[in-house]
Design a protein around this ligand. Structure first.
Ligand SMILES: *Cc1c(COP(=O)(O)O)cnc(C)c1O
Length: 443
């Protein structure tokens, strides 16, 4: 039987009896290259016939432990760590749609992801069909074409906290032979494992709840290892590639031939990580492994405080509504019954550690609240053990085209809070005094 989540969060991917010379914490292998020892071993390493390390852009022992631990926590078959969440998101989407494919995505996503699909990926011949509500499965299906390669969504979206119908989307995608890629950053693997509900690929910004201390950027792509990349939709997986073949022996193979159900992960690693080079540093991997050790405990506390704050905000007359799908009064986007059902079936331990709320008055009041908080920090990050506040329309979602931003509910009078580990009473007191300042001449 597999070990419990909290055990894997502390031990996954690392056994100090056989690795790291007995070191309790995972050693930081701060080395660009590794001795390959003999020509035969170097040849086998380069051919991928044996596991080992030669050069840190290809693989690094500290980073490898983080990959194995994240894969274990998500129930995947393997993972590739990268320098940031956007490196992971972009690599996964480009790898799926490579060579002129299409994507289907909602608009309520992390701002840079929307911008990438809307205005940048088309320059590479990759178009995205945006749907207003990703849980409207008929609308999603109406966009599926012969060249559609993936459906992409955030499990819990940032900043609306709307929950994606992963089982419904997985069913639909798989009926058409299309992969489902889920950004699981907001709930973290502690609250949700999208692979259990049918996702094929999971991506994370490990900068957020995984690191948990706001001290290092990172990302990861995790493969469930069960999608059929040979179903005819993915020519990039079935064409022979020199980089994984052996010209000298006259054998030319494709990613599917060489890696089977792990073709996607290996293509992300061999093509996207090796060529674009957005590798995670060993020091970052070390910090994120340390963060993971307390993920379950941190998120449990943060979810409890987020619920308390959401309820408190609902009692403030100048708050129009609160987006926090973890409580019934906080479900504003999409069908409320479906959100109810998804939160109890997929996210029984909570939906995450961010919430957003719309204030009366508009941007002027948003500015005053942001300028008046003392304990909350005005920062564009989430998942930190410090509580952070931000105005998404001006900061995190600034690059999203206006109509998309509004359709995602990111209006100028919306404020997002990422809930940390402080005493809830202190957070409430700080917000209350900030509201008092912001509305002192308001009637
Ligand atoms: C922050 C974030 C990203 C991007 O991650 P970086 O580490 O900042 O590159 C992607 N998706 C979601 C949901 C995020 O919150």
């Amino acid at each position: 039987m597999s070990q419990g989540f909290a055990t894997r969060a502390v031990h996954g991917g690392y056994d100090c009896r056989s690795q790291g010379g007995g070191s309790a914490s995972v050693p930081i292998y701060q080395s660009a290259a590794f001795d390959m020892v003999t020509a035969n071993r170097g040849d086998a390493l380069a051919a991928g016939e044996i596991e080992g390390f030669s050069y840190s852009r290809l693989s690094n022992p500290t980073v490898k432990v983080l990959e194995d631990r994240m894969s274990s926590l998500e129930g995947g078959k393997g993972a590739v760590a990268m320098a940031s969440g956007m490196a992971a998101v972009s690599s996964a989407l480009l790898c799926a749609a490579e060579g002129g494919g299409r994507l289907i995505s909602p608009v309520d996503l992390y701002g840079t992801s929307v911008d990438a699909m809307k205005t940048f990926f088309p320059n590479f011949g990759i178009e995205t069909d945006f749907v207003e509500d990703i849980n409207d499965l008929d609308a999603v299906e109406s966009f599926i074409r012969d060249d559609t390669r993936a459906i992409f969504a955030e499990s819990v979206s940032n900043p609306s906290t709307a929950i994606a119908d992963i089982p419904g989307l997985a069913d639909l995608a798989h009926r058409h032979g299309i992969a489902l890629i889920i950004d699981n950053t907001v709930p973290t693997p502690y609250l949700l494992n999208p692979i259990d509900f049918g996702a094929d690929i999971v991506v994370h910004s490990t900068t957020k709840g995984v690191a948990g201390h706001g001290n290092a950027l990172g990302g990861v792509v995790i493969d469930a290892g069960r999608f059929d990349w040979g179903n005819g939709r993915y020519p990039q997986m079935t064409q022979p590639e020199l980089i994984i073949s052996d010209e000298r022996r006259g054998s030319m193979v494709s990613f599917l031939d060489a890696f089977g159900s792990l073709a996607f992960l290996n293509r992300v690693h061999t093509k996207y990580l090796h060529t674009f080079g957005a590798v995670m540093s060993p020091f970052t991997a070390y910090l994120q492994l340390t963060g993971l050790e307390t993920l379950a405990q941190r998120v449990t506390t943060q979810v409890r405080t987020a619920e308390t704050l959401a309820r408190h905000l609902l009692s403030i007359p100048q708050v129009e509504y609160v987006n926090y799908s973890g409580i019934p009064e906080g479900r504003h986007r999409g069908d409320a019954d479906l959100q109810d059902r998804l939160s109890s079936t997929m996210l029984p331990k909570g939906v995450g550690t961010i919430l957003s709320f719309k204030v009366r008055g508009g941007y002027e009041q948003v500015k005053r609240i942001v300028d008046s908080v003392h304990l909350l920090a005005y920062m564009p990050n989430i998942g930190d053990c410090r509580t952070l506040i931000v105005d998404p329309a001006r900061i995190t979602h600034r690059e999203v085209p206006g109509p998309y931003r509004l359709s995602a509910g990111v209006s100028d009078d919306l404020i997002r809070i990422s809930v940390g580990l402080e005493s809830p009473d202190d957070l409430i007191a700080d917000l209350d005094q900030a509201f008092a300042v912001a509305y002192q001449d308001w009637d």
